[in-house]
Design a protein around this ligand. Structure first.
Ligand code: DAH
Length: 338
């Protein structure tokens, strides 16, 4: 019996293999539930008492050797495979990790913020759940104005709604600060509209507001020309068309020369050479008064644009829904440092 154990110790010491399967077979034969060690320990009680000590030590030695050997061989086999012989080939080029990228709407919003920051505009924000005063009344919307209608607005209760535009933030800013005010307010807005390639019930706007002494329409025009050229390129032209908004007087809609055909006329600009990007005007004296600013002392202008619209023109995207579907094939095309 003793000789058999010594024999097995030698065998364990000399066993070698690089094959994970063979190593496992070895482990089962020596250490498994029906392995040799199990049998030997079972036979221990038959060993005469005077030999028990020596035999016991030999058994422990065999068990330790077998374990040690398995450990060594396993380590050796895993390190050989990682040097190129196993499943992993270290000479292969590294696979590109798919890094996240900013959403195109965030890119455009950040770019708008940067462009206006360069001429001294701060960023201000307001709540998405807005009261009637900030979304409508202070902005000179008459009681019966259709924009208050259930079809356009998601009402929460009698006095609260999801804001339908970021113009509500200009009211909050004017109420809480004294001129000069130069701020833009980016944010999410909500309208009860059917979702299509051109409309969505959730979209994003940037509101701009400039209030000071002697602010004129010429200042507004020049500011918007500066913005359009920074955003769409230095050859960009702008065109102002008279329009109506309750909160500005006079009001205008602003078009930029089509950045696809450079104003020559194409499908995108419907052969007009121009694309509409925003609404603007001189802040109505009623609005100034509503917000605690003296219209006899101060004047100012405001403008509002849709971020989706700017992004669609800038990147030539023809379906608004793409911004909200989170399709990786779409999102992956936008990379930027801002
Ligand atoms: N609030 C308008 C809208 O959602 C956009 C707008 C037009 C904002 C003219 C303005 C402005 O500040 O002066 O359609």
């Amino acid at each position: 019996m003793k000789d058999k154990v010594i024999e097995l110790i030698k065998e364990a010491e000399s066993f070698t293999s690089k094959d994970a399967n063979e190593i496992e077979q070895f482990r089962i034969r020596f250490l498994g539930k029906k392995g040799v060690l199990k049998d030997l320990f079972a036979a221990f009680k038959e060993v005469p008492n005077d030999q028990k000590k020596e035999f016991g030590q030999l058994l422990n030695q065999l068990q330790a050797k077998a374990k040690e050997r398995i450990e060594e061989l396993k380590n050796a086999s895993s390190s050989t495979s990682s040097t190129g012989k196993g499943d992993i080939d270290l000479t292969l080029p590294v696979l590109n990790e798919t890094l996240g990228a900013r959403h195109p709407l965030s890119l455009v919003r950040n770019e708008i913020i940067e462009i206006f920051a360069r001429i001294g505009y701060t960023v201000s924000e307001g709540p998405e759940i807005e009261d009637d005063w900030h979304n409508f009344t202070a902005l000179n919307f008459p009681e019966e104005h259709p924009a208050r209608d259930m079809q356009d607005t998601f009402f929460i209760d009698e006095k609260h709604a999801l804001r339908t535009h970021t113009s509500s933030v200009q009211v909050r800013v004017m109420e809480n600060s004294t001129p000069p005010i130069r701020t833009i307010s980016p944010g999410r807005v909500f309208r009860n509209e059917a979702i299509s390639a051109r409309a969505h019930c959730i979209f994003h706007q940037v509101e701009g507001l400039y209030i000071d002494k002697d602010v004129s329409f010429a200042d507004l025009k020049q500011t918007l020309l500066y913005f359009a050229r920074e955003m769409f390129g230095e050859k960009t032209q702008i065109r102002l068309r008279p329009s109506y908004f309750p909160f500005t007087e006079p009001s205008a809609e602003v078009d930029v020369s089509c950045n696809i055909c450079s104003g020559k006329g194409c499908n995108v600009c419907k052969h007009t050479g121009f694309l509409e990007i925003l609404g603007c005007g001189m802040v109505d004296p009623n609005v100034l008064k509503n917000c605690g600013i003296d219209p006899e002392v101060y004047t100012g202008f405001a403008f509002g644009m849709g971020i989706e619209r700017i992004a669609m023109l800038k990147y030539q995207i023809n379906d608004l829904r793409l911004f909200f579907e989170n399709d990786m094939r779409f999102l992956k095309q936008f990379k930027s440092t801002i």
